[in-house]
Structures are given as C-alpha cells and as structure tokens.
Design a protein around this ligand. Structure first.
Ligand SMILES: NC(=O)c1ccc[n+]([C@@H]2O[C@H](COP(=O)([O-])OP(=O)(O)OC[C@H]3O[C@@H](n4cnc5c(N)ncnc54)[C@H](O)[C@@H]3O)[C@@H](O)[C@H]2O)c1
Length: 363
C-alpha cells in the first residue's frame, strides 16, 4: 500500500470516465482516504459511493475561494488531516485566438489556474501544520506544445500558468516538506474529448505517438499516486510528462519514413566521398525538418548504414556524425560540450546530444 494513512483530495473527480475519478479510485486502492470535490451537477457523493473505502464526496466550486476553504475544512473534520491535493478540475474550449471572448478567457483560466491557486491556499495551512504534504497539479501537453489538438490558446495559457504557479509554490513551500509537482497529460480518452474528435482523427493522432495509442485515465492515476507517495519524496517542482512519448521531437520509425538506405543516400549526397555526417537537413514524411548535426534522433539505428558499426574515434554515418571543426592540440574545447578522453589514444569524443551518453569506447 503506497498511500496508507494518506488523506487525499481530488478536485473535479466525480466524472467516472475522468482522470480525477481514476485517480481517486487508485489512491483508495493504495490505502488513501479520499475526498472527491466537484460541482453539484457532477454529484461527487455518488462518485465517492462508487469508490467505497470511506471515500467522501463534497460539492465545491474551485473558482470560488469560500467554497474551496469550506471543502478543505470539511475534509479536516472528516479525516483530521490532508496529505495530498490533486488539482485536477479543468475545462477546455476548442476555439482560435481571435474567437476568444473575455468571458471565455475568464471561464477557462478560472477553473484551471485560479482553481489551482484557491485549492492550494485552502489546504496549505493544514500541510504546514503537519510539515508535510504533496500537491499534484494537472496541467496539459497543451501548455508545452501550444495546443493544437483540442483546447484553444486560452486553455494552453491556463495550463502553462499552472506550471509556473506550481513551481513557485514548490520553491516557497519546499523548506516545509510540502512538495508541489505537475503532470502534463497527453491526449487521454475521457469525457473532455467526447464528441470532439472522430475515431479517424484519434487514429491519426495515435500514429504520431511513439506508444501508438491515446492515453487512459489510469495512466494519469498512476503518475498521481507516484507523486503523492513516498516513492517521490525528492521530487518537487517537476513536470511529469505522461503522453506516450508525444513530445519526442522526431516521429517514431513507422511514421518517420527514413530508411537505412535513405539515410545512407542522404549521407552520400550530402558529403561526396561518403565521409560521415549529414550536412543538409532532410525532410520527414510529416514535413518536419531534421538536421542530423543539430537534433538527436530517438532511433539512431534507422540512420546507421546496415552492416557497418561506427568506427572507434569517429562518429558513424548517422547523426552522431558531425565531427565539428578540428582543433589543434592544446586548444580548449568548445564550451558546453562534454568530453571523454579515450584510453591511450589521446582523442576526445563528444557527448551524444540528447542521449546523456558520451560517445566513446565501450565501458
Ligand atoms: N483528457 C485529456 O486528454 C486531458 C489532457 C490534458 C489535460 N487534461 C486535464 O485533466 C483534467 C481532468 O480532465 P478530464 O479529461 O478527466 O475531464 P473531465 O471533464 O472528465 O473532468 C473534469 C472535471 O472537472 C469538474 N469541474 C469543472 N469545473 C469545475 C469547478 N469549477 N469546480 C470543481 N470541479 C469542476 C467537472 O465537473 C469534471 O468532473 C483537466 O484539468 C483537464 O484539463 C485532460
């Protein structure tokens, strides 16, 4: 049981297909006593009854400070403490910049951003008194990629605001052992996307995701449990991407269309004589420009010439390739590049950009 003796509040947790309900259910299964907060029309008491294990449902509107304070007080009265808050309530609206009215802006930002602030303010005094607590804020991949799937720019802004607010609170309350972290879900099949995407569109999006599927509510619930549990005691101010790899720069091999043969051809065309290194950017089938000397490709095997291993001391024909300008002996290395001295050869290898691994001899 990861959350034994933990008291957890989950806002916007009453929709049985939603991320909040899945989180409440998993937290309860891990031993937590949970309180589901939601609007009256969402019937949080009914959702809590489905969870059982002593879960309670409280009607609360996160955009209303008095309502948030009253909900936190009710949880304290019922359970005596508050260990976890999941700021999950959120709404979206698929409109473009020029269509956003002032009322739209207020509505979208109020639930995600103001709601995160008000609910955090409501629980922080209890967490301070305990000198412990974990606040998990549900942002969105939309904050990172500027929308583009469902939510409008005001939704992206609200969710980006949540990232900043959470980090600032993490900084402020870290000394009191109160951790504040964010989760940025990718596209998850819940009611929030219901009727807004055709099956065809969903399949199209899934093709661009390395894990080749949309997310499930339980994918997010697992991340919330991790951030509420002792497994994450040294994590604060982090943004945990739960998106199936959606943000990896280069598309997966299936969608990339760059075959080993194509890569070898690109090498030959760009560097007559077959020397290693791409010099020209080439274009993926989805239109993304890729430059091997600038970007890390997540599946280097695709760009490796078949049957040939990169020689020691020299990068292979893929994007580990650009050897950079030659340096004279004794000349200082360019700033920001990690170096590995090769045993006995007096040569210097560059780090493999983005992989965190140095390029050098095995071991
Ligand atoms: N589903 C996705 O693809 C996805 C992706 C990224 C982020 N998110 C975020 O995850 C969170 C949960 O979304 P979901 O997909 O489960 O959607 P959902 O619509 O099922 O859940 C949202 C819940 O928030 C509640 N709510 C709305 N306004 C409220 C208010 N003022 N006070 C209290 N509760 C309120 C709703 O009643 C609902 O139960 C949201 O913040 C959403 O923006 C979802």
């Amino acid at each position: 049981m990861l959350l034994k003796d933990n008291v957890a509040i989950i806002t916007g947790g009453a929709g049985v297909n939603g991320l909040g309900f899945a989180t409440a259910r998993l937290m309860a299964a891990q031993g937590a006593r949970v309180a589901i907060l939601d609007l009256e029309r969402a019937d949080p008491a009914a959702a809590a009854a489905q969870i059982g294990n002593g879960a309670i449902g409280i009607v609360a509107d996160v955009t209303d400070k008095a309502s948030c304070d009253a909900a936190a007080a009710a949880v304290l009265q019922a359970f005596g403490r508050i260990d976890t808050l999941v700021n999950n309530a959120g709404i979206t609206q698929p409109v473009k910049t020029l269509e956003i009215t002032g009322a739209d802006y207020d509505r979208i930002l109020d639930v995600s951003l103001r709601g995160t602030l008000y609910m955090s303010q409501a629980v922080l005094p209890a967490m301070r008194a305990q000198q412990s607590g974990s606040i998990v804020c549900i942002s969105s991949v939309s904050a990172q990629r500027g929308g583009g799937i469902l939510g409008g720019p005001h939704y992206s802004a609200a969710k980006a605001g949540v990232l900043g607010l959470a980090r600032a609170m993490a900084r402020e309350f870290g000394p009191e052992s109160i951790r504040v972290n964010c989760i940025t879900p990718g596209l998850i099949g819940t009611d929030i996307i219901k009727g807004k995407l055709t099956e065809e569109k969903k399949a199209e999006i899934a093709e661009t995701i390395p894990l080749a599927r949309l997310g499930r509510a339980d994918d997010i619930a697992g991340a919330c449990v991790f951030l509420a549990s002792p497994l994450s005691t040294y994590c604060t101010g982090i943004t945990l991407d739960v998106n199936g790899g959606m943000l990896i720069h280069c598309p997966p091999r299936a969608a990339c269309g760059v075959t080993p043969q194509g890569a070898a051809l690109a090498v030959r065309q760009s560097r007559p004589g077959g020397a290693s290194g791409f010099r020209e950017p080439f274009t993926h089938t989805n239109g993304d420009k890729h430059h091997a000397t600038q970007d890390f490709h997540p599946h280097p095997a695709v760009h490796r010439r078949p049957g040939r291993r990169p020689a020691a001391g020299r990068a292979g024909p893929g994007h580990q390739a650009d050897p950079g300008p030659r340096r004279r002996a004794g000349q200082p290395a360019p700033r920001g590049r990690r170096q590995v001295r090769r045993g006995g050869q007096g040569q210097v290898g560059r780090s493999h950009r983005g992989s965190g691994r140095a390029v050098g001899p095995a071991g």
